[in-house]
Design a protein around this ligand. Sequence first.
Ligand code: ADP
Ligand code: MG
Length: 147
Amino acid sequence: MQSIPTGQFITRSAEETFELAYKIGEAINEPAVFLLQGDLGAGKTVFAKGIGAGLDIDPAEVNSPTFTLVNQLDGRMRLYHLDLYRIAGGANEVYDLGLEEMLAEPEAVVVIEWPERLEALAVPNAIRVVISDLGGDGRSVNIRRET
Ligand code: ADP
Ligand code: MG
């Protein structure tokens, strides 16, 4: 079991959100899946960059893909970064992306923006991260394990 910090955090800048996610990325030593929830501009991609950096991936390479829905980036573990915002066909289309195979990989970390698009598609043992805008550069970041 890896020691991922969970709980409610307040960040006051994008850098603080990045740092929080970086600490989580650093702690990852076995497959993990993160569901990043929050409005447009909440900081989901900033958080994904931090996780990537903690996996020794250049955060500049972790971007919300516009035309591709999934990016594969290789660091000390493989990162699959999915942004499902533009998914039009519901859970079937997510399934077609090969999510099951990604989740089954022995050395992969899967980070999903807009997990609402998964609908009823089950993702076992996920870590849910809910980011809310507190106004200005303030964000609350709630991290919890699901079963
Ligand atoms: P999302 O992926 O959720 O749509 P992004 O991560 O792409 O959002 O963008 C978040 C934006 O908010 C960035 O421009 C970032 O600099 C800004 N920002 C300001 N304060 C924070 C904060 N505390 N945490 C994360 N991002 C912040
Ligand atoms: Mg994003």
